[in-house]
Design a protein around this ligand. Sequence first.
Ligand code: PAF
Length: 283
Amino acid sequence: MQRFERVGEIRQQVDEWRMSGERIAFVPTMGNLHRGHLRLVEQAHQHGQRTVVSIFVNPMQFNDQDDYAAYPSTLTQDCEKLVEAGVDALFLPSVAVIYPDGYQQNSQVVVPGLSDILCGAYRPGHFTGVATVVAKLFNIVLPNVALFGEKDFQQLMVIRRMVDELCFPVKIIGVPTEREHDGLAMSSRNGYLNVDERQRAALLYRLLKEARSQLLAGNVKIAAVEAQARQALEAGGFRPEYFSVRNAGDLSPATAKTQDLVIVAAAWLGKARLIDNICLNLG
Ligand code: PAF
């Protein structure tokens, strides 16, 4: 695996690959890699002859600078995993390479509406930070396809909309969430859970599944399902931000007529902010 830190260097390598007719599949990450990321890499190999991964902890998407400072870095282990997974190139830029004048001075990519609801309402500026850095990474790496986890459902929608509306020539592929044995969605933030919290953490996914079953059975109102789940989260020691049944196409609140649904949830457990989702179709 080749490592690149400068924009010109990775561009030159990717240009050579493209000129010889190879397709580039790209997996942007913030490092601290787990099985979920490796699944993205595995899928990337199906979509291109060359797989490029980036590791960049993007300060612009953290609305809490302590959270940014505490974000885990495990570069040596990450590199070992990526080599083993058959990655061709790792792009590892510094903050100064991505934001030479600081991210506050950088042009911004705003995806209006979608960025301001759910996680965006609790983390102002987060999705503008994500969209901006992903746009920059796409323009640096110039991939044919890019892969993102479905655990970050709203992020995936923001990126799809940005790509669509700004006409990026990149195909976006969503990859199903990897889970622990008890159903907890894999996330770098799971490392913030203590032993007791880790045992309780799978409640979030259990409640999503329960809510889906209730809606599929068709005998409960959406508001009742949401309220019941929030109460159960509180009883389980979580501090829920939202547990909400939405239209899977645009994340607007679901009505009794919406068929294609996603139930999205975010809740704090100790120092970890956990998010997860589950889709269902009532058609
Ligand atoms: O999902 C992530 O790890 C990040 O939000 C991303 C897409 C790499 C942008 O920094």
